[in-house]
Design a binder for this molecule. Structure first.
Ligand code: HEC
Ligand code: HEC
Length: 349
């Protein structure tokens, strides 16, 4: 699924020089300045003008409680919501952020900034996806080619992080109706899961549903989000953490919105809240996809009697392109998550 191409630093420099020679004059460049990703990260509005590295205080940090596994990258995220604009929460499970909203996500591997992803609602019907590649010194980042960049950082001997291409962004963030994946009521809930896999504690300055509600950013207002912040309901903390992981790592695609063929229970953040019912449905659901080596018809999403016939677990463990899940974005499996799912299944036997 990955459509990356080989690009060396030298090739990036050529792209840069070509862009400078295109000579658009303004920081946005290109034919339609209002809807094109700027060439330099510094021109996306992330930093205070003239002070590279200093985050503009208009951009607020946030931290989804159930993060996506990205080969162990440390991540930082910011959102800019235009002054006075509100998030349309008519459908509480499908927030529509206002035109002009921008998101950034910075990836650090082994202490080095490698890429900063950018998602921008440029107009009512246009989302701009881009990612910026950092130089070795970590002083400047420029737009990656649309196809991505292979071998951008070494993760382990022989394993490299590839910067995804625009088609990859859309494979996860949606093609027909793109949008953010970590900026929703469950991910920004103040009822935060202390056992979330790779979860990080909520720093006091982070944007949450409570800070958004207090600022009057929801239209219609959603006082229930503050009164009873969303959480995955179950009496078992392990079930809560495992389902939260699925919501953050699988629910962007496994949600029955029609973008992929999938008829199991929806793992979308807003559909997964009845935790015990979803867990039971995953245990009951036979899969069309047969786990290799298992008898015909035995494979289930999760299988209590034969854990090795659990298609979700098998595909989380795999890093072969034909079977790995998620199908793109990582080369290393998430050992901590695999262990948590194995423990969870063992506890149900
Ligand atoms: C494997 C699926 C996947 C791919 C590929 C992917 N993303 Fe994401 N992205 C996510 C998920 C899930 C989140 C939310 C969880 C998190 O941030 O840990 C997210 C978060 C983000 C955020 C923060 C705002 C938000 O959605 O919560 C930005 C910005 C972003 N991605 C941009 C991009 C861009 C640009 C690309 C392509 C260069 C890309 N992403 C590729 C899955 C993906
Ligand atoms: C970028 C989108 C995407 C993400 C994210 C994703 N999947 Fe999938 N998944 C697919 C697609 C497309 C298929 C159908 C094609 C196939 O089986 O390869 C699929 C199929 C599956 C199947 C087979 C289901 C069946 O009924 O046959 C399982 C099991 C699965 N995925 C598990 C997972 C797990 C576990 C995660 C999260 C850790 C995950 N997927 C994340 C796109 C995704």
């Amino acid at each position: 699924m990955s459509r990356t191409v080989d690009v060396t630093t030298a090739a990036l420099a050529i792209v840069w020089i070509a862009a400078l020679h295109a000579g658009s004059g303004g920081p946005f460049g290109g034919p339609d300045p209002a809807c094109v990703a700027p060439f330099r990260l510094a021109d996306t509005g992330l930093y205070v003008a003239g002070r590279p590295g200093a985050i503009d205080p208009k951009n607020r940090p946030f931290s989804p409680q159930y993060p996506l596994w990205s080969d162990g990258a440390a991540k930082a995220r910011w959102v800019f919501l235009p002054e006075g604009a509100t998030i349309d929460t008519t459908d509480p499970g499908d927030w529509q952020v206002p035109v002009g909203t921008r998101f950034w996500k910075e990836f650090t591997f082994n202490g080095r900034k490698v890429e900063t992803r950018f998602l921008w609602r440029a107009s009512a019907d246009r989302w701009v996806f881009a990612t910026y590649v950092w130089n070795k010194e970590g002083t400047d980042a420029v737009l990656a080619p649309d196809g991505g960049v292979r071998d951008a950082a070494e993760l382990a001997p022989g394993k490299q992080h590839d910067i995804p291409g625009i088609a990859d962004c859309r494979a996860c963030h949606g093609d027909k109706r793109p949008g953010p994946l970590g900026f929703n009521a469950l991910q920004l809930s103040t009822d935060r899961d202390p056992n979330a896999i790779h979860g990080e504690p909520l720093a006091p300055h982070m944007t949450t549903i409570a800070t958004l509600a207090r600022e009057g950013r929801f239209s219609p207002a959603r006082p229930e989000l503050v009164a009873t912040p969303p959480r995955i309901r179950t009496s078992d903390p392990q079930t809560r953490a495992v389902l939260g992981y699925f919501a953050g790592n699988c629910g962007g695609c496994h949600n029955r919105s029609g973008e992929i063929a999938y008829d199991g229970p929806s793992l979308k953040h807003s559909d997964i809240l009845d935790g015990d019912a979803i867990a039971a449905a995953l245990l009951a659901k036979a899969t069309a996809w047969q786990v290799p080596g298992q008898p015909e018809g035995a494979s289930h999403m999760l299988c209590r009697e034969r854990p090795e016939a659990s298609a979700m677990l098998y595909r989380m463990k795999s890093r072969r392109p034909s079977s790995q899940m998620p199908p793109l974005g990582t080369v290393l499996r998430d050992e901590e998550a695999v262990a948590a799912v194995e423990r969870w299944i063992a506890a149900r036997r």
